[in-house]
Design a protein around this ligand. Sequence first.
Ligand SMILES: N=C(N)NCCC[C@H](NC(=O)CCC(=O)O)C(=O)O
Length: 446
Amino acid sequence: MRPAREYNFDGLVGPSHNYAGLSFGNVASFNNVKSASNPRLAALQGLAKMRALAQRGFAQALLPPQDRPNFRLLRSLGFTGSDADVLAKAYKESPVILACAYSASPMWTANAATVSPSADTGDGRVHFTPANLNNKLHRAFEHTQSARSLRAIFHDERRFAVHDALPGTPAFGDEGAANHTRLCAAHGDRGVEMFVYGRVEFDPSAPAPKRFPARHTLEASQAVARLHGLDAGRAVFIQQNPDVIDQGVFHNDVIAVGNANVLFYHEQAFADESATLASLRAAMAGAGAELQAVRVDTGAVAVADAVHSYLFNSQLLSKPTGKMALVIPQECRENAAVDSYLAGLVASGGPVDELIHFDLRQSMRNGGGPACLRLRVALTDEEAGAMHQGVVMTEALYHTLVAWVQKYYRDRLEPADLADPRLALEVRAALEELTRILGLPGLYEL
Ligand SMILES: N=C(N)NCCC[C@H](NC(=O)CCC(=O)O)C(=O)O
């Protein structure tokens, strides 16, 4: 085994963070449609989380926001003229398309890609497959910039492989790491990669949700495992419980989270709980690890409480003591059942002995908790040294980015503001400066 650390790459919230109600099946996004957002506060909340975790000694980096609005999308849909004309026409004819072009969603980097560390892959490189996110118009174009950003950061092809996204068709619906959990004894060891899917394209008799869409398919997960060269015995494919998708669990990371050998999950998370645990145990035994399952019963926390509090959209972080911290949104403290469950969890003598909570309200209102905001990349020291260093969170970078946010970000955005051509110019200026701050010239196809 080679020692490795897990880096969390948080999405830096962009200057046009807004609530457009675009994600059918995501309860928070739907409930907050068209309310006013505060992009400045959203970015500062995200930066505060990154800084606090970096200060605690956790390996922390960021992924930059994407350029907005997506003029290429608007022009491809027939809106013509100057940029200002395009915005005015789109706003008049189809405000929802304009909102899609302005979507805030790249901030949830758990959906940026699926990542397999070098200990797991056939060629010993770290593999990334950007997620096609093809279930939603507003997310279906993110993968181009996600691939571009990942290639800029992980540019050393001897150590890193950034694939293209899977074909953007329903058979290969891919939502990335939000439906992928790596279990292992230690981050540098060979691991077991657990892929959770919502439906099976080529087996219409397989269970599927009835009310809300299942965004991710088995076929997509299998393709990613092939691309990454994963060993068959150490890639496990698990069907999500369709009933919880229908209750607002649009990604597996809303109902389960894993870290090292611990899987923290709700009893209703999977279509077949005992078969899931059995296959994980068997695969982990092959990788020399033993699964520690922490099951939350419905009696302790109902699915609705898990969805509203985002209990499972937490980060489980390994501490040098051998114990783990659970990084939770403050909504968990405001939900009586979840709060009392968590008090018991920490007192139980189990793997989690600390809670770290953050105010991420601006992200939560769009259905994004602590775990949505980060992409995990386990890296050896050599790999960490080979990636672009300008995105690693430091005190200096934190202060520079806070000043940058204060300079460029508005503190209020309403749906009608998306038609304001000055907003597009402000975003452009902010991103141009960001490429200089991060040392990533040419990051955007501007
Ligand atoms: N669970 C994870 N990993 N990520 C959360 C993603 C939230 C995102 N929300 C949105 O896309 C809402 C955008 C809007 O409505 O304006 C989504 O539903 O895809």
